[in-house]
Design a binder for this molecule. Structure first.
Ligand code: CTP
Length: 248
């Protein structure tokens, strides 16, 4: 009788459902900290060690910038609209998209244009990915979104490195001039980083100094994700408490 109790106990324990799939990873960090590069490096390395071919996608919080009214558009064209404030985002749409993906439903991710500061027609239809990376400056700011992540990473890159990258990027890719960029950075981006983004670092499971250059941190994270996603490791295997059946 004791043996039966032990074996049935074991089956019960191993029958615990595997960690919910899809697997959601949140990545936060200041502007131009290297969030996208960190995601790309993790995905690249996962591809090499994961032969099961998991479907992996990256979604950016920037896709969920809300529409602006006429007055806000004028401000944006002068670098005076605060795109680093939580109110700049369509929070409910992002939450719904993540909920859809978490429930293995397909979802449409809007496309954002940084030059017109508006959403474009259409978007990208995502269909049932296995692993979702969601990156953005304020991905840990909203509790309901933050609580959906199975793993939270914060990319911690020095502010001067970030500003240097941001200047280059905004000139080359976002059609901005230097005065606009520096004015926006000093009056809006930096204060909002300190007020809304930096305090969310405490929610991270792993903080990655120097971002994508930190190959040791990225290696460790890749190994951990790989372990979590391996089917055989997806059972929380623990011995049942047999003391009662054996000695009780
Ligand atoms: N932003 C902007 N104009 C817009 C919309 C957003 O200047 N119309 C800026 C915001 O000021 C915010 C930044 O875009 O600071 C958010 O994008 P960022 O995190 O810098 O870009 P990623 O490529 O996601 O970041 P990373 O370089 O870390 O990968």
């Amino acid at each position: 009788a004791s043996f039966n109790q032990i074996t049935s106990g074991l089956q019960l324990q191993t029958g615990i459902e595997r960690p919910s799939k899809p697997f959601l990873i949140g990545i936060a960090g200041g502007t131009a900290s290297g969030k996208s590069s960190v995601c790309a490096k993790i995905i690249e390395q996962l591809k090499h060690i994961d032969s099961d071919g998991q479907k992996v996608v990256i979604i950016s919080q920037d896709s969920f910038y809300r529409d602006l009214n006429e007055e806000e558009k004028k401000k944006a064209s002068k670098g005076e609209f605060n795109f680093d404030h939580p109110d700049a985002f369509d929070y409910s749409r992002m939450l719904q998209a993540l909920k859809d993906l978490a429930a293995s439903k397909s979802t449409l991710i809007p496309k954002y244009n940084y030059i017109s500061c508006a959403r474009e027609e259409g978007g990208d239809l995502l269909e049932q990915p296995d692993v979702i990376f969601a990156e953005g400056i304020l991905t840990f700011y909203f509790k309901e979104i933050r609580d959906m992540f199975h793993m939270k990473l914060f990319v911690d890159t020095d502010a001067d490195t970030r500003l240097a990258r941001r200047v280059a990027r905004d000139v080359q890719e976002r059609g901005r001039d230097l005065e606009h960029i520096l004015n926006q950075y000093t009056t809006l981006v930096k204060p909002a980083f300190e007020e809304f983004c930096l305090p969310t670092k405490k929610y991270a499971d792993v903080i990655i100094p120097r971002g994508a250059d930190n190959i040791v941190a990225i290696d460790l994270i890749v190994q951990h994700i790989h372990e979590l996603l391996r089917p055989s490791k997806n059972h929380f295997f623990s011995l049942p408490d047999v003391s009662e059946s054996l000695y009780g």
